[in-house]
Ligand binder design. Sequence first.
Ligand SMILES: [Zn+2]
Length: 314
Amino acid sequence: MTRLIVLTTAAFLIACTAKAPVVAHEDQHAEPAPRVAPAEPQLTVETINDNLHVLFGAGGNVGVSTGSDGIVLIDDKYARNAEEILYQVEQLAGENDDLLFVINTHLHGDHSGSNPDMKEAGAMIMAHENVRTRMGTRYMNEAFRAMNEAKEEAFWPVVTFSNEASLHFNGITARAVHTPTAHTDGDSIVIFEEPNVIHMGDTLFLGMFPFVDVDSGGSLQGMIAAHDVALGLSDANTVIIPGHGPITDKAGLTDARATLQAIHDRVRVRKEAGETLQAIIEAQPLADMADLDSFIKQDGMITAAWRSMGGTLN
Ligand SMILES: [Zn+2]
């Protein structure tokens, strides 16, 4: 296949008609000199196969797909990582280092913070439509008692979809599938069908309590449902990339799902028995899971489960 990219969303057609001619586009973004290696590298690379890699480091895990058509990224960490991401991508790219797309798995800044830099480097940003809507909206985050400020338009995805979009490039198909009401209300998991790899975004935090962003439309039940979607598409050979934590497989995802279900059920039983949120926290029903403490501790996990079931904070 030559540089033919087929994308099954109407939005893409609209975006294409607004795009500058290819020649002018490439001249504008010509990169005659190679990018310079970072003086203090912050990222590490793990290779899944010759054409699929993961960048680890602070922020969400970045999927890097390479091949003759160019580069597609899943997420792009923080703005401070942009230069190093672009450097690493150039190292990994091989025959074609054109940056085609970045799929944001959701709106959080540790997954979309480099969007303006990636656009500058030639990428189209695509995501579920709620990502674009929330990026342009100022709203309260009750969990952190802080405002989520609207982001500048430079961060917003330019291609959006409601349920699913497919990218056909580098001889493979990548499907971005919306998982409703999960980590947020705008999550997608990305399924690379032929290489049998799934990037879960933040619907999966491996080996740690997940952040369930209820204030951005997420729920613990939706997180579990997202696990089920991925499990239904997995076999014993599937490589699972979490949003945070190390690469795993179907067995690891199965364990993570069981943990979420246990958290859900323990909180639900107490809530249905009439206990208050404070009483449940004091009872420490997740004490045996203390090794999962992350930036979300047991009390934060209980609170997220409580709110996912309709409980209020006051
Ligand atoms: Zn997130």
